[in-house]
Write a protein that binds this ligand. Sequence first.
Ligand code: AMP
Ligand code: GLY
Length: 424
Amino acid sequence: MTVLIIGSGGREHALAWKLARSPRVRRILCAPGNAGTAALGENLPIPITDAAGLLAAAARHDVNFTVIGPDDALAAGVADAFEAAGRRVFGPRRDAARLEWSKGFAKDFCRRHAIPTAGAEEFDDLGAALAHLRARERWPVVLKADGLAAGKGVVVAAGLEEAEAAVRAMLEERRFGAAGARVLAEDYLTGSECSLHALVDGRRAVLLPLAQDHKRLLDGDAGPNTGGMGTVSPPSAARRDPELAGRLEREMMAPFLAGLAADGLDFRGLLFPGVMLTPDGPRVLEFNARFGDPETQVLLPRLRSDLLPLLEACAGGHLDQAPVPEWDSRVAVCVILASENYPGKPLVGRPIHGLEDLADAEDVMVFHAGTRRGDDGIVRTSGGRVLGVTALCSTVEEARARAYEAADRIRFDGKHCRRDIAAS
Ligand code: AMP
Ligand code: GLY
């Protein structure tokens, strides 16, 4: 069959790489894709939120199944458009993806269905927000724009001055446009973070292994937040505590599924709660309605069985009939190579060297994100996060060493990576 993947990041290259291994997939299309997905099939130059353009391409190429990668496409209603046209699609409809595109909606859902999360208050009025901050006793406070802000809408403010500046930027200056017209002031939680991924078919959930992202730009969790600088699966918390996944399933996924039923919300797709493992137990920080990036670059290399029937069953609402996924017990580590100036406006167009040396490595996978192959055949950088280098080995120490050894063989001007992914 022909599969269309929507998106252009490392997540989408990993999805394409895994689906290309399915015995039932004959052809992979990716819109708009990158140099990595182009090597597995054909890239279509269509923006991810152009539902009409994507549907027309699906008809033209006889696409049998479509997989949506990014949140912006879900929030734009691309899944709704495909469903309305009678086309099978993996990814929740816009109303269910609201769990990601409105943090206020997600917080309310957690409260009503007893899903453990941080306490928060919501404001759309600057005066009320400032009055709350001035009277606030618990510091730091976490200020979050309600809508999608490309990972930049969260500010941890240590004191009043910083907090005031953040809410003014959102509510007064409209730095995030409509996404920041509502603000959550959330209690600050401490602990280690963990990414939970579950395929949800509306009624049931199948958990994927746990992963951990490293979101800050610099070693030691310093510097600004990014989309993610590297991942490990399983994370150290799960390696230490084999009961952790079961606990998250009981304390988060069970009330989540009960909440869907109670609200009549038909969520079919990938639910990825960002979780903080606090001294008082696990708490949801946010819901994502899609695979994590770069979590996908460590999860899919660990999947030994076919991904396609799982995604199809999830989209079709019959996960109970899907084969049980088989997971590799080895550890996967992914190191992101980013462009100069990321997460600000990246400096791009730089030739990438060393990719061909790694093409045949068995335990190393190089996933492309911001890359483009020019007419001259040269692959150049074209975005903030450029490549994800994943190694799969028996121990975390070996996987780290192997991932860094491979990452160091790739060269481009201004290349930046963290040196401490999976180190703790
Ligand atoms: P979010 O987009 O809501 O996941 O927030 C982005 C990042 O901000 C998270 O990965 C955390 O590192 C941090 N963060 C979010 N909420 C909190 C919180 N309540 N307490 C501490 N850190 C937080
Ligand atoms: N790596 C975090 C995310 O995909 O949101």
